[in-house]
Ligand binder design. Structure first.
Ligand SMILES: NC(=O)c1ccc[n+]([C@@H]2O[C@H](COP(=O)([O-])OP(=O)(O)OC[C@H]3O[C@@H](n4cnc5c(N)ncnc54)[C@H](O)[C@@H]3O)[C@@H](O)[C@H]2O)c1
Length: 397
């Protein structure tokens, strides 16, 4: 059968789907993005990135001009594509349990559009067992397609660079699925690592849980040092300086965003809620905003003060606020202070003020996301709480 597109990326306007679509198109594939978000579809078809992603926009525009990238809001584009790459969100619910229904609903909804002989690639980070579940659902529905699970491992904001550099993990229950997924991803890199689907699912969750654990260790070390009036960053420098075995000790800061916590919680749920290290990491990382406020209150009465939060995105140089701990910090502060002000150069929110106004009106500043531009901000001698060490004092006041 002759297809119009090499691949259809379902969820192709998202943080993972869009850079991946752009890179496949840049490398010569005919890509159709299918998404249900009309606003994003409009922006992307006009050559505008709907979110910050380094170096992506010129490549997006080039791919559109060369005719390698098409946009669609109709699931019929699935039927017109040789491979279908599914990258919808896979969040945990308000009780931190994996929400399996999103993936199930997407498969049920789009099954009628699958065509015998296609390759379906699951690219979302999934709860272990999802690939097998999808294979069985399709088989029950009499749909004969190859299914592969090939997890995305980019760091948001750096996807274009990393899709050129990172090896790709591919897995499938069938030899032809494995071979076809390998061939597809070889258009990005020659570095392909094959696993069984259950191993690939764990490999992705281990990747994010490992990172989350490392951040929690740094954050707990920070608290231990800070509670004794000691400088974590002086200690961090001393122990990492020309000492190879400690190079991967992170600095302190909010470990947040759309992936690390939820994937650690997915792993915990998968392991019968007995992933003690992961759950302890959550207590430390999610407890950091509260720890900061309690530490300030040891020396400062917040009740009459206006506090300004610098940076609401979940990390530096990002406009993504999903699961950002700056919002948790704001919520805690709102209970304790006279007023809380927020600013972020990349996040549009009519309730935010400019960094300059925030400095002028606040009695105390707290760095929420260490955007580079804050390094040059005139903080007018106001006290700055800076667990990130952006201003190289690393202390809580
Ligand atoms: N954000 C990251 O840095 C990152 C990195 C690696 C893996 N992941 C994983 O990738 C997956 C996607 O994450 P994301 O950050 O790109 O999410 P996202 O919310 O940015 O993107 C999801 C996209 O899917 C679209 N969508 C949702 N339901 C759809 C449907 N039924 N049909 C068509 N389109 C639909 C949305 O409109 C959106 O554009 C998640 O499983 C996540 O854990 C994310």
């Amino acid at each position: 059968m002759r297809f119009d597109y090499d691949l259809c990326v379902v969820g192709g306007c998202g943080h993972v789907g869009l850079p991946l679509s752009i890179m496949f198109a840049t490398n010569g594939k005919k890509v159709c993005i299918f998404d249900i978000n009309d606003q994003s579809l409009q922006l992307v078809s006009a050559g505008t990135m709907p979110f910050k992603e380094q170096d992506a926009e010129p490549l997006l525009q080039q791919a559109l001009q060369e005719g390698n990238l098409t946009l669609s809001n109709s699931p019929e584009s699935i039927s017109r594509s040789e491979a279908v790459v599914l990258i919808i969100g896979t969040p945990v619910d308000e009780f931190l349990n994996p929400r399996l229904r999103d993936m199930k609903r997407a498969i049920d909804m789009y099954s009628p559009y699958f065509v015998a002989g296609q390759l379906l690639v699951l690219r979302s980070t999934v709860f272990p067992g999802t690939t097998e579940f999808v294979v069985k659902s399709l088989s029950r529905a009499g749909i004969e397609i190859d299914v592969a699970f090939c997890p995305e491992r980019i760091a948001e904001g750096h996807a274009i660079k990393e899709l050129r550099e990172l090896p790709q993990i591919v897995s499938s229950f069938t030899a032809s699925g494995l071979q076809r997924a390998g061939t597809l991803f070889r258009s990005l890199t020659e570095d392909i690592v094959e696993l069984r689907p259950a191993e690939a699912e764990l490999a992705k969750l281990f990747t994010n849980a490992w990172r989350y654990l490392k951040f929690s260790v740094a954050n707990q070390f920070y608290m231990i040092a800070n509670d004794q009036g000691l400088d974590y960053y002086a200690i961090h420098h001393a122990l990492t300086y020309k000492y190879p075995r400690a190079q991967d000790l992170p600095t302190a800061g909010f470990a947040a965003g759309p992936c690390l916590l939820k994937d650690t919680m997915q792993l915990a749920a998968h392991y019968g809620n007995s992933f003690y290290l992961g759950q302890a990491a959550m207590l430390v990382n999610e407890g950091l905003p509260g720890y900061i406020v309690r530490s300030i209150q040891k020396t400062t009465n917040l009740a009459a003060l206006t506090v300004g939060i610098l940076g609401m995105a979940f990390k530096a140089e990002s406009d993504d606020t999903r699961s950002s701990l700056s919002y948790k910090l704001r919520k805690i502060l709102e209970m304790e202070c006279s007023e809380v002000l927020c600013t972020d150069p990349y996040v549009r929110d009519p309730g935010f003020v400019s960094a300059e106004e925030l400095v002028r009106r606040s009695d105390l500043l707290i760095v929420g996301a260490p955007h580079h531009s804050y390094r040059d901000l005139d903080t007018a001698g106001k006290p700055v709480v800076d667990i990130w060490n952006l201003y190289a004092h690393g202390g809580l006041v």
